[in-house]
Design a protein around this ligand. Structure first.
Ligand code: BGC
Length: 900
C-alpha cells in the first residue's frame, strides 16, 4: 500500500516537473561565470527546458545583484529573445563580481522558477586600474639561446583574505605559480593577438591559493609569438626584443580593505632551466639547472638579479575575449616501431597538436632528443622534410636519480609519431603520453552516417579543427608557418561553427583582422600580420573581412560581430572599389584557387586553372552582397541602397568581361562555374545551363573535383542547389584522388593540405608545401551538416531561432544524422532508409520554430508517432516544394515515417 502511494506520488511529481518550464545554461558574453569581462554592456543568454511541444518564451525577467545590492532589475519584458540580451542596469565597476538570475514565461501560460544564480566579474576596465609596472630581466640575456626567464616575488598578506584575483599578461608566453602551484589551466597564455594594438590579459581567481602571511608568486616567460621566430628568413622579434611580465593580484580582505600585489622593482629575475624555446623549433630543458621550489616560500633567491621597470602605457591591454588554450585528449602510443633505418619511433595513432609528457630515469646529463613527425615515408622511415625549417624537437637533459617527468611549456608540435634518441633504458609506452592543446571551444556538433569512410572524414575534419584552432585559426600546426591565414579560415568557418562553439574564437580574431587592416582597406594575408604591409588584399583571403562576420551571425544570431566589424567590412569593399576600373577589379596579386587539382597529362583541352580576376570579381560581388545583408540587419538604409547599386554594377561588369551571351565563362573550370553560381553572378536565365556545364565538367573528370581552396567549399552546395545532389554524393564518395575520401583511404586522421599529399604509391608531394593537418578542404563538413542531414538556420531567424531541416536522402547511404548544440539547446536530425520507407527523427529546441522538409511529394505518406501528420494539431502542413512536404513545427521531438 505504502509502495503504491509512493510511486503515485513520484509520478505526480514527474508530471508536474514535465509540465514545468525551466531555465538553465546561463551565459554571460557566451561564457559560464566569466571573470574579467572587458565590456561595459555584457549580454545574457539562457536556455528554456520544456518537455511540451511548441514551447516559446513570451517574457523574461532578469535580476543582477552585487553584495551591495541590486544592479539591475529588468522587470517583466515581453518577447521571445533569450539570447544576447544587453545588460541595462547601473554602470558596472572594475574588478566587481555580479550575480544574476532569470525567469521566463511561456506561451502555455507557465512561469518558470528563478534560475540558479550565475555570475560574472568585471575586468580592469580603465588603464588607471593597473597599479603594476611592466618588468623585464635585470640582467643581460643570452641573445643566442634566449632561455626563458623566471620572475619571482615574495609578499606578505597581513589580514584575512576574502577574495583575490590575479591579472596577468606578458611580452612572450607565461606560466605563473603561487606558492609553488600552477595557477589556472591555460597554456600558451596570453594567446596571440596583434600585440601592439591588442594584448590580452588573463584573470584567475586565486582566493584559495594565497596564505594569510607569506606568499610567493613566480612566473616563467618564454619567447612565444612575441619575439620568437615567426614566418621565414630568421624573422624574429616581431613585437619586441625583450620579454616582460605584468601582474597584479587584487586582494580584498574580510574587513573590506584592499591591497594590490604588483610587478614592481621588488621582483627578482633569473634564467630558467628552459634553455631555449621556439614555437617552430621546440624546447630544450636542462633539469640540472632547475631551481627546485623557486616559486614557493623558503627558496633563497639571493643569487637572482633584480628587474628593469618599463614605462609603457597600458593602452593596448584588453581582457581575454576567447577561450584559452587548454589541454584536452591524451593518447598512449599504439605502436613502438623500429623503422627500416633503425629509428625508435612511437605511433600515437592520431595526427594531433600538443606535446608528449615523458617519464625517464637516467644519469645526470643524459640528453633525450625527441623529434616529431606527421607521417612515415614509403619505406616506413620517420619523415620530417615537410616541416621545412621547423626543428620541432624536444630536448630533455636529466638531472639523474629518481624518475623525472618532462613536458614543454611555450611551444607545440603537430605530430602523430615521435622519434626517440638517447632515451635511457627500455622504451616503455607507458612513459609517453601525448596530450592535445587547443582553444577550449565547446564541442557542439556531431555527424554520423552509414558510411564508415565518411565518418572517418568527419573525424578528420574535427581533428583538423582541434589542431589548428590554437588561439588563432592557423593554416597548419607543424612546419615553419602556423599562421592565421585568412583564406583558410574563411573557407572553413561555417564548418567550424558546427563542430565547436567558435563565436568567441572568431570574435576575438576578427578584431585582430580589423586591427591589422591596412590604411587603404587591404586585409593582410595572415592575421596577426607578421608578413608586413606588402602582403594583403588577395581575393578570397581578404574577404575574411565580410565572410566570417556573416557566417558567425548566421551560426550564432549575434548582431554584435556585425556591428563591430562593419567599418572593417566597408573598408575592404572600398579597397576593391578603389582598385576597380568600370567596376571591374582586375588588378593586384591573388592566390587564386589555391592548390586546385591540375591533372598531369590532361590533353582534353580542359583546364582546372581559373582566371584569377574572374575569381576576384566573384568574391568582390560576394563581399558587397554580405555588406548589403549586414546593412539591412543594422538598419542602415543608405548603405543598403549604395551597396545594392554597386552590386548591380559589379555583376554587370562580370557579365561583360567573363561571360559569353550564351552563358559560357571564359574559364571553363569547376571553380569558375561554382563561384559564378554560388554568388549569383549570372542572371536567372543563364543559371541552369551553367549548372549543366559544371555537372558535365565534373563528369568529364570521371566524377572528380578539380577545385582548390576557393571553389571547394561551395562545390557540393551548388550541385545540390541546382538539382545535382547525386553528383555531389558521388564526389563525396569518390575514393581516388582528388577526393575527400582518398586521404581517408590512405590512413589520414586529419585533413591534408593537398588532395594528393601522399600519392597512391606512397611517395609525397613536394615537401615545400605538404602539410597533413590543414583544415581548408574540410569545408565539405558544412555540406554534410546542412545538406546531407539538413540542419540549417533561416537568415530571418539566425542562430537557429528559425530552423530549416531539409535533408537530402541519397548517395546510397542508409542513414545520416547530426546534432548541434545551439544557444537554444539541442537541435538534431537524422534519416534512415528502410525497404519501403524513410524514418526521420528530429529534435527542435524550446523557444525556436522550424520548417521541416520531409522528402516525399504528399503529406498523406507521412506519419508522426504513428498518426497521419495532416491530423495533428501541433504540426502544420505548409505545402509542397520540389519533392518535399513542408511541415511547420515548434519545439519538441518528432518521429516521422515516410512511405516510399
Ligand atoms: C598556407 C596556406 C595559405 C597559402 C596562401 C600557404 O603557405 O599554408 O594555407 O592559404 O599559403 O597561399
Amino acid at each position: 500500500m505504502k509502495k503504491i502511494t509512493f510511486s503515485a506520488l513520484l509520478q505526480l511529481c514527474l508530471l508536474m516537473s514535465f509540465a514545468q518550464i525551466k531555465v538553465q545554461g546561463l551565459l554571460t558574453e557566451n561564457f559560464t561565470n566569466p571573470i574579467a569581462l572587458g565590456v561595459q554592456v555584457p549580454r545574457f543568454s539562457w536556455q528554456l527546458v520544456a518537455e511540451k511541444r511548441n514551447t516559446m518564451q513570451t517574457a523574461y525577467e532578469i535580476n543582477v545583484t552585487t553584495d551591495k545590492g541590486s544592479a539591475w532589475k529588468s522587470g517583466k519584458i515581453s518577447g521571445s529573445q533569450s539570447v544576447q540580451i544587453n545588460y541595462a542596469g547601473t554602470p558596472l565597476q572594475s574588478d566587481q563580481k555580479y550575480t544574476w538570475k532569470v525567469r521566463v514565461w511561456d506561451n502555455n501560460g507557465k512561469a518558470s522558477p528563478w534560475s540558479e544564480a550565475a555570475s560574472f566579474k568585471m575586468g580592469l576596465l580603465n588603464t588607471a586600474d593597473w597599479k603594476a609596472k611592466w618588468i623585464e630581466a635585470g640582467y643581460v640575456e643570452d641573445s643566442i639561446n634566449r632561455p626563458a626567464i623566471l620572475f619571482r616575488n615574495q609578499f606578505a598578506l597581513a589580514k584575512k583574505i576574502k577574495s583575490a584575483t590575479l591579472y596577468i599578461t606578458a611580452h612572450g608566453m607565461y606560466e605563473v605559480q603561487l606558492n609553488g602551484k600552477r595557477v589556472g589551466d591555460a597554456y600558451l597564455a596570453p594567446g596571440w593577438t596583434s600585440y601592439n594594438k591588442r594584448l590580452q590579459y588573463q584573470a584567475y581567481d586565486v582566493t584559495n591559493m594565497l596564505n594569510n602571511g607569506n606568499n610567493v608568486i613566480g612566473a616563467t616567460v618564454g619567447n612565444g609569438w612575441y619575439r620568437g621566430f615567426l614566418a621565414w628568413d630568421d624573422n624574429k622579434n616581431i613585437y619586441g626584443k625583450k620579454l616582460g611580465l605584468l601582474a597584479q593580484v587584487n586582494v580584498v580582505y574580510t574587513d573590506g580593505t584592499t591591497e594590490a600585489i604588483v610587478t614592481d622593482d621588488k621582483w627578482k629575475s633569473t634564467n630558467s632551466a628552459i634553455k631555449s624555446v621556439e614555437i617552430y623549433h621546440g624546447e630544450t630543458f636542462d633539469a640540472r639547472e632547475e631551481k627546485s621550489g623557486w616559486a614557493a616560500i623558503g627558496y633563497d633567491d639571493g643569487g637572482w638579479k633584480g628587474v628593469n621597470l618599463l614605462t609603457t602605457t597600458f593602452d593596448n591591454l584588453i581582457s581575454t575575449e576567447n577561450e584559452p588554450v587548454k589541454k584536452h585528449e591524451t593518447f598512449k602510443a599504439i605502436k613502438v616501431i623500429t623503422t627500416p633505418s633503425g629509428e625508435k619511433v612511437l605511433d600515437f595513432g592520431q595526427n594531433l597538436v600538443g606535446w608528449v609528457i615523458v617519464k625517464a630515469k637516467g644519469n645526470a646529463g643524459d640528453k633525450i632528443v625527441i623529434k616529431h613527425a606527421e607521417i612515415l615515408d614509403k619505406a616506413g622511415n620517420f619523415y620530417t622534410e615537410n616541416l621545412r625549417a621547423a626543428k620541432a624537437t624536444a630536448t630533455y637533459i636529466l638531472k639523474g636519480g629518481a624518475e623525472e617527468t618532462f613536458e614543454p611549456h611555450f611551444t607545440f608540435y603537430g605530430f602523430r609519431y615521435i622519434k626517440l634518441e638517447n632515451y635511457p633504458g627500455e622504451i616503455n609506452p607507458d612513459n609517453f603520453t601525448a596530450v592535445t592543446l587547443y582553444s577550449d571551444m565547446k564541442p557542439t556538433g556531431t555527424f554520423t552516417s552509414s558510411n564508415a569512410l565518411v565518418n572517418q572524414l568527419q573525424h578528420n575534419i574535427q581533428w583538423g579543427q582541434r589542431g589548428n584552432f590554437l588561439d588563432v585559426p592557423t593554416d597548419c600546426p607543424q612546419r615553419d608557418e602556423r599562421l592565421g591565414w585568412t583564406g583558410d579560415a574563411q573557407a572553413f568557418s561555417r564548418t567550424a561553427s558546427f563542430n565547436f562553439g567558435v563565436n568567441n574564437f572568431f570574435d576575438k580574431w576578427m578584431k585582430d583582422v580589423a586591427a591589422d587592416q591596412l590604411a587603404d582597406g587591404r586585409i593582410p594575408h595572415v592575421i596577426p600580420n607578421v608578413l608586413g604591409p606588402d602582403n594583403g588584399g588577395s581575393a578570397g583571403w581578404a574577404d575574411v573581412a565580410t565572410i566570417i562576420p556573416w557566417n558567425m551571425y548566421l551560426a550564432y544570431g549575434d548582431k554584435k560581430i556585425l556591428e563591430t566589424q562593419y567599418p572593417s567590412m566597408k573598408a575592404w569593399v572600398k579597397f576593391m572599389t578603389d582598385k576597380s576600373k568600370n567596376d571591374l577589379w582586375n588588378t593586384g596579386f591573388h592566390f587564386g584557387d589555391w592548390l586546385f587539382y591540375r591533372p598531369f597529362d590532361d590533353n582534353d583541352g580542359r583546364s582546372a586553372v581559373t582566371d584569377k580576376y574572374l575569381i576576384a570579381q566573384c568574391f568582390y560581388a560576394n563581399s558587397v552582397q554580405l555588406l548589403i545583408n549586414t546593412s539591412k540587419v543594422l538598419n542602415k538604409a543608405d548603405d543598403e541602397a549604395t551597396y545594392t547599386a554597386l552590386l548591380k554594377r559589379v555583376k554587370d561588369a562580370f557579365l561583360k568581361e567573363y561571360v559569353t551571351p550564351s552563358g559560357r565563362l571564359v574559364s571553363g573550370t569547376q571553380t569558375a562555374y561554382v563561384l559564378a553560381l554560388n554568388f549569383d553572378m549570372l542572371p536567372e536565365n543563364l543559371r541552369k545551363q551553367a549548372a549543366e556545364r559544371l555537372a558535365e565538367n565534373v563528369k568529364s573528370y570521371d566524377t572528380h573535383l578539380t577545385t582548390g581552396f576557393l571553389g571547394t567549399p561551395y562545390l557540393c552546395h551548388v550541385l545540390t542547389r541546382f538539382g545535382y545532389s547525386d553528383i555531389a554524393y558521388s564526389l563525396l564518395l569518390q575514393q581516388d584522388y582528388p577526393s575527400w575520401l582518398y586521404p581517408v583511404k590512405m590512413g589520414a586522421t586529419t585533413i591534408w593540405e593537398r588532395w594528393d599529399g601522399q600519392k597512391p604509391d606512397s611517395t609525397f608531394q613536394t615537401p615545400g608545401m605538404n602539410s597533413f593537418n590543414h583544415y581548408a578542404y574540410g569545408a565539405i563538413g558544412d555540406w554534410m551538416y546542412r545538406q546531407m542531414v539538413g540542419l540549417d538556420t533561416y537568415e530571418d531567424g539566425p542562430g537557429y531561432k528559425h530552423i530549416r531541416v531539409k535533408p537530402h536522402v541519397g548517395g546510397g547511404f542508409t542513414n545520416a544524422s547530426a546534432s548541434l548544440q545551439t544557444y537554444y539547446g539541442t537541435l538534431s536530425s537524422g534519416w534512415k532508409t528502410e525497404d519501403n520507407k524513410i524514418l526521420m527523427d528530429v529534435e527542435i529546441p524550446a523557444n525556436t520554430t522550424a520548417t521541416i522538409y520531409v522528402p516525399t511529394t504528399t503529406a498523406t505518406a507521412v506519419t508522426e508517432n504513428g498518426k497521419a501528420v495532416s491530423t495533428l494539431t501541433d504540426i502544420k502542413v505548409a505545402g509542397t516544394e520540389e519533392g518535399y512536404v513542408l511541415l511547420q513545427v515548434g519545439s519538441g521531438k518528432y518521429h516521422f515515417v515516410i512511405a516510399k
